[in-house]
Design a protein around this ligand. Sequence first.
Ligand code: M6R
Length: 521
Amino acid sequence: MAVIHNGIIENFQRLRTELEQSGVVLESETDTEIVAHLIAHILPELNNDLPKAMQSVCSRLEGAFTLVVIDRDQPDLVVGARRNSPLVVGLGTDGNFLASDVAAFVEHTKDALELGQDQIVILRADSVEVTDFSGNPVEPKPFTIDWDTSAAEKGGHDLFMLKEIYEQPKAVKDSLLGRIDESHRITLDELNIDPLVLREINKVIVVACGTAAHAGMLAKYAIEHWTHLPVDVELASEFRYRDPIVGPDALVIAISQSGETMDTLMALRYAKEQGARTLAICNTVGSTIPRESDAVIYTYAGPEIAVASTKAFLTQITATYLVGLFLAQVRGSMFEDEIRSVLADLNDMSQKVDLVLDTAEPVRALARELANARSVLFLGRHVGYPVALEGALKLKELAYMHAEGFPAGELKHGPIALIEEGIPVVVIVPSPRGRAVLHDKIVSNIQEVRARGALVIAIAEEGDESIVPFADHIIRIPAVPTLMQPLVAVVPLQIFACEMATVKGHDVDQPRNLAKSVTVE
Ligand code: M6R
């Protein structure tokens, strides 16, 4: 018998003791092994009916799990089960597929079936049956994967991550398609929340993890600016464990590339229980988070295969900005010509990101030069702060280096003690054309760290000559409006981390200890 298991079985200790008391010798400490033994134990009593054995065992398991089981003596049969963890079925012409993400089988078939909670799938080469944990038949929901088959290939790049970085201009463009009408108004048809309700909400809460949470932080700057609604951004893993003030007057936005992040799903469920309206911003059609939300705005990044999120981030920013502008449109907090002007800026971003990609070589050279640094710090102010966090996260997860992102104003409250001779400090410089005070303040911060020996790498817009005397290296990005800057400023940081990891010989697409979808809490 072979078992594949994703998730955590919370009552495994109790089940383990029970198995040991009945004489089973376990060879590992894992919760997965007990599933194999439980099934093997009960199978003969059920006339070797593997689906029935799976039903019986799953009914006893607590926690979140996806299980796939095969029995050596029934090689034409695969039985899968899911509770709170992802599992999708691919329907092929000469075989069927089970995977946690459609990206795994998209090169073989685009026809798929969604599985619901607590369901069992009985898969043979020519048939698929679905039941609940009690064995009652269930009609699964079919869907078609609209990704290009090339999505599952590297398209001439050495790495999925690089391919995905270079797909960003298209991803941003696609995420705007069909969402702005001829009169330059936003039409979010898929957002089936009554405009009346959107007029009545009093606050917005964003729940997300990792890179998606950084997109959420950026959404806060934009949505508060455009709508004057308070926006709280919560790390999903923390949200339901305190006593968040969330009720029917709140719009809760869950941002997730995979749509399966357990922390985000749990935060979403908590918000729903409290009566909040929920909106998912998600990249994966048919995944659990959009299915459980009142409404969904899909980001059209296409499949993101590299563990490090890149194009999903840019599309999450784009989508949250669209939601912010839509709220402003519905609530009348901006003039129509103001909305039009921001939309025009957003429309230009695809081309601006392209420009950054065309001029990325100096970033790679710099990464190679700094490959032996012990630690890299990232500083930003205003929207540059989430970008700094994202730059640091990329470096940690790919290059396994100590990296921290700080709001530059916090330096003097502690982090400045980290500055030592030669430490690279990447600074996201606000546009001098935005709030001049932000630019001036960051120049002071640069001087503070430079005076203590830091090597300053400024990410600064074209034409900002005032930064030249203060930086050791300048990476130029196109001049764009303040709220748009993150879309261009983060790209060199992605390339920097990717190159750094490559130089160090790490597996860029699958960094150690990480999974693409984090389906456990
Ligand atoms: O699928 P999600 O967007 O919900 O994933 C959230 C995080 O796990 C994810 O962004 C993670 O931080 C990435 N590895 C960052 O590159």
